[in-house]
Write a protein that binds this ligand. Sequence first.
Ligand SMILES: C[S@@+](CC[C@H](N)C(=O)[O-])C[C@H]1O[C@@H](n2cnc3c(N)ncnc32)[C@H](O)[C@@H]1O
Length: 220
Amino acid sequence: MERTVLNGLKVKHSVFDTLLARFFAVALERTRGYDSFLIRRLYWNFRARDISETYGASTSDFEILLTVIASVNANRVLDLGCGSGRLFPLYERLGLHVVGQDISRNALNLAKARHSCENITLLNSRVENIDFPDKYFDLVISNRVLQHIPPNTIESSVASICRLARSVYVNELSDTDGIIQQRGYIFTHDYVRLFGNFGFKLRDSGRMDRQTWLLFSKTS
Ligand SMILES: C[S@@+](CC[C@H](N)C(=O)[O-])C[C@H]1O[C@@H](n2cnc3c(N)ncnc32)[C@H](O)[C@@H]1O
């Protein structure tokens, strides 16, 4: 099946990818509670094209992100779990310096194919291994990414984010809608507590469709 997607790019949505993604989703359910990073990475590799085709052109959160970026006066941004670069046109429009990180190499390859990536550095690594100086980033944007990090590694991921940034934007599916099912790849976390542990205070929040967004900043 061939579909025309984003920026005229033709992407083959392969049945093979879908089947493998399902296989690794089942594997993730079974390994819940263990450090299943390798399986998690494989799962996201095989979901990359599907996610890019389904959501890759959405701009529904751009207005809120514009407000958030302006409110913290951000110039250097870390886009955590950037996927195929859905937010890159927004960064390019604002002339921001951005690092786009994702555990999925396939997603980053799609990002490269879709965007010129001027002023955007792509990084295929774990959050814990992002090697930048303390407080290098004005803002970390985590749009529907931390919800995919399991309970056994969320603390260390948040610790790394808090070392790297002055402010953090988190957007998640909201557990109040009854749409979150605790499966092997989606989790609910107490972000106020997690970021509070590192001196980050909630400075703004809101709702967007079936999602909740939170903006934290480090208090000096
Ligand atoms: C629902 S997509 C969101 C993509 C993008 N943030 C957006 O707003 O369009 C989730 C993304 O998070 C990535 N991801 C999942 N777990 C991750 C982790 N531990 N570290 C970095 N990226 C991760 C996946 O590969 C996928 O690209």
